[in-house]
Design a protein around this ligand. Structure first.
Ligand code: GLA
Ligand code: ZN
Length: 702
């Protein structure tokens, strides 16, 4: 009886603790981490006949300071080998073992790749391409998001997974599917698209007006005539193309939400995430982000291809984008411990680079460093993809050692947990804007260089040591002092009013050529562009010239301009010809029939300043302009100047500021760091020198 009572008591206490934990998760939907998440994708289902290997993996993971693994991505055929025959035993077993060894789990729903039986039983789950051909079974990430059959099978397995693991203390986060992507043009999706349009436009006349369908006599008589864009049908109706892309995002969101509901119906209360891709253009990630607790992403830069710092900035921009979507810490869900095998050339990471790349994510606000993959698979497509444990299987490898060292430095950085990245500057980088602009037949149909133009401003801001948020037009501008709006072709979500108020209230706005041209349905604005901001910028754009590859123009500063620009710069691709009203002309074009016309202007409006950049200038121009603006506006910067190839990012908590100084050069650099009011908590800083690929973390007293 005593024994029974004791067990009962123990059970009661455990259940009570679990209940408290579930309530906490439900209220916070937060990971509440006390250590940086460190690990990666692990696929034990590929090794179930090799218990010796699974045992070895556990030992190696612990040795490398790995504390978290992602399980279940693409495990469907092992979890449900035949319809309705489920086998979770192996998963339960491995999760238990991991937990006993102090390793927690991010558990994926398996919808990223379906088993063969599923496609055979329900052919409707196979995607139809834009040319209306239905695909065969194969590959991954290729199901119809509308298919009720696919949704039903996903719901069943998700719910079962949730029921099985909802109370497992080792399962901390749900990883919904994997890298949602692509679109489907099957009859089910066509019907869903028509309903989506009916819901948006209510009557067909409104749709006709919004899409300007009288052009080429494409007027619709009713919604049932609508077909998604296709290379064998309509593909130049921009309103249709834009709404189709919006629909694809909404349909993906809807599918994802059904996945999440299935987990919740199964009683799971852990937070959820889904992993995004690098600069992926097929979805508006902001809309997915609204429905998940954490944004996470998979980072595979082509390191060692060009100047390392350029790759670093490009990657940093993505980190900042991921953080800005929810304005909270994000997760680095995948990255490669050595080289991925799908890029044109599989370049090994130079010694030390793994640590820099991993800590860069932390510097920009990640709470994790995760790899793809823990153990290299033995066959098929990814058998040569870099992994923590390679085919050799030992810990005495260069990669394993670097993974271990990186794990150790994350432990050293424990006090940084909980701090956040606050930014005084933001760049508006909007996916819907990108869709519309890149689809239009306009001043350049061989490249508008939107991403590059965003990257130029981004690099300039980063070289000035500013943290930068990457926001879209829906977000508020209130917390920023400096906003850059490169190529804001399409105005939506009342951005014109937000920009006006921002400048009026003292903000510094930098906008470029090709902005304020069309509205949300891609109809051109009448009565002058940039739409409704003519007074804010004190000018009107009259014409825009597209330049051939081999053409360039130049900028000549006006003597004694208020920004003190003295240098001449080259520009390419696009040249906006503006007529100023109240704006000060800072510089003029040097060549062509528009030589002498303004190319950079500044207008005082309300308590702020609005700068207008007329052409696609070389990097140096942005660097100089932003440096001067930052200096004039006295924004907080943690260091005075940054040597070439070094990146500086600040994370702040209520007590401290943590400054990450990362040398992305292979060689050492000299940099003066004021160590009087700070303490170095990571890295070697001796004789004013930072070693190649080293990271110094400074703690500043607030
Ligand atoms: C993606 C996927 C992973 C893996 C990696 C390889 O990010 O999510 O499953 O295929 O690519 O780099
Ligand atoms: Zn479909």
């Amino acid at each position: 009886l005593r024994k029974f009572r004791k067990t009962f008591k123990l059970h009661f206490i455990t259940n009570l603790l679990l209940l408290i934990e579930r309530i906490r998760r439900m209220i916070q939907n937060d990971l509440n981490i006390d250590k940086f998440i460190y690990g990666g994708d692990y696929n034990p289902e590929q090794w179930l006949d090799r218990p010796d290997i699974l045992k070895q993996d556990l030992l190696l993971m612990k040795k490398a300071h790995i504390n978290t693994v992602t399980l279940g991505v693409f495990s469907w055929s092992t979890l449900e080998p035949i319809k309705d025959c489920f086998n979770f035993t192996w998963l339960i077993d491995i999760i238990d073992k991991l937990y006993d060894n102090g390793i927690q789990v991010i558990l994926a729903t398996p919808s990223g790749a379906r088993p063969r039986w599923l496609a055979e039983t329900y052919p409707e789950v196979l995607r139809v391409r834009e040319d209306r051909t239905r695909q065969l079974y194969g590959e991954r990430h290729n199901h119809c998001y509308t298919s009720p059959a696919y949704r039903e099978r996903v719901r069943i397995i998700n719910q079962k997974l949730a029921k099985t693991f909802r109370n497992h203390p080792g399962v901390i986060l749900w990883h919904i599917s994997n890298e949602y992507r692509g679109e489907c043009h099957c009859p089910l999706c066509q019907e869903a698209f028509r309903n989506w349009l009916k819901n948006k436009y209510k009557d067909i006349d409104s749709l006709n007006r919004a899409w300007w369908t009288t052009f080429w006599s494409h007027t619709y008589n009713s919604f049932h005539q609508i077909e998604s864009p296709s290379s064998i049908g309509d593909h130049g109706l921009h309103g249709l193309n834009l709404d189709w892309k919006r629909f694809v995002t909404d349909q993906t969101v809807d599918f994802m939400c059904e996945e999440i509901h299935a987990l919740r119906d199964g009683g799971a209360t852990q937070p959820v995430t889904t992993n995004f891709m690098d600069d992926y253009k097929g979805l508006n990630y902001y809309n997915l982000a609204k429905h998940i607790d954490y944004v996470s992403w998979d980072s595979y830069p082509t390191w060692n291809k060009e100047d390392e710092i350029r790759t670093a900035y490009n990657t940093a921009l993505q980190h900042d984008l991921m953080r800005s979507m929810k304005q909270k810490p994000f997760l680095l869900m995948e990255s490669c411990p050595s080289s991925p095998n799908w890029q044109a050339i599989s370049k090994l990471k130079k010694p030390g680079l793994l640590q820099s790349a991993s800590l860069q994510a932390i510097a920009h606000g990640s709470d994790s460093v995760q790899y793809f993959q823990i153990r290299q698979s033995r066959g098929s497509f990814e058998k040569f993809h870099g992994a923590v444990i390679d085919h050799y299987g030992g810990s005495d490898t260069r990669v394993f050692n670097e993974v271990t060292e990186t794990g150790a430095s994350l432990i050293e950085l424990k006090q940084v947990i909980g701090s956040k990245v606050d930014s005084s500057a933001a760049i508006i980088y909007d996916m819907e804007n990108r869709w519309a602009m890149e689809d239009a037949k306009g001043p350049r149909n061989e490249g508008l260089f939107y991403h590059e133009s965003v990257l130029k401003s981004y690099q300039a801001l980063r070289k000035a040591a500013l943290n930068v948020d990457i926001i879209n037009m829906e977000q508020s501008l209130d917390s920023y002092k400096l906003v850059v709006a490169p190529m804001l072709y399409m105005f939506r979500s009342g951005i014109e009013t937000k920009l006006r108020t921002f400048v009026e209230n003292g903000g510094i706005l930098i906008m470029t050529y090709w902005s304020g041209i069309v509205n949300e349905t891609d109809l051109c604005y009448l009565e002058g562009t940039p739409h409704s901001l003519l007074d804010v910028f004190g000018l009107r754009s009259k014409e825009i010239d597209g330049l051939y590859e081999w053409e360039e123009n130049s900028l000549i500063p006006i003597p004694e301009n208020s920004l003190q620009l003295h240098t001449s710069y080259k520009c390419k691709n696009l040249c906006d010809l503006v007529k100023t009203t109240s704006a000060e002309v800072l510089a003029v074009y040097g060549e062509d029939f528009y030589a002498g016309m303004p190319t950079a202007t500044k207008n005082r409006f309300g308590r702020g300043n609005a700068y207008y950049i007329c052409a696609d200038f070389e990097q140096g121009f942005y660097d100089e302009v932003i440096k001067k603006i930052v200096k004039d506006s006295k924004l907080f910067v943690p260091v005075k100047s940054i040597p070439n190839g070094v990146e500086v990012t600040t994370r702040s908590s209520s007590e401290n500021k943590y400054v990450f100084i990362q040398n992305f050069n292979m060689h050492s650099v000299k940099m003066e760091i004021d160590t009087r009011n700070s303490q170095i908590i990571l890295g070697n800083y001796k004789k004013s020198t930072i070693e190649g690929f080293d990271t110094i973390v400074l703690k500043l007293k607030r």
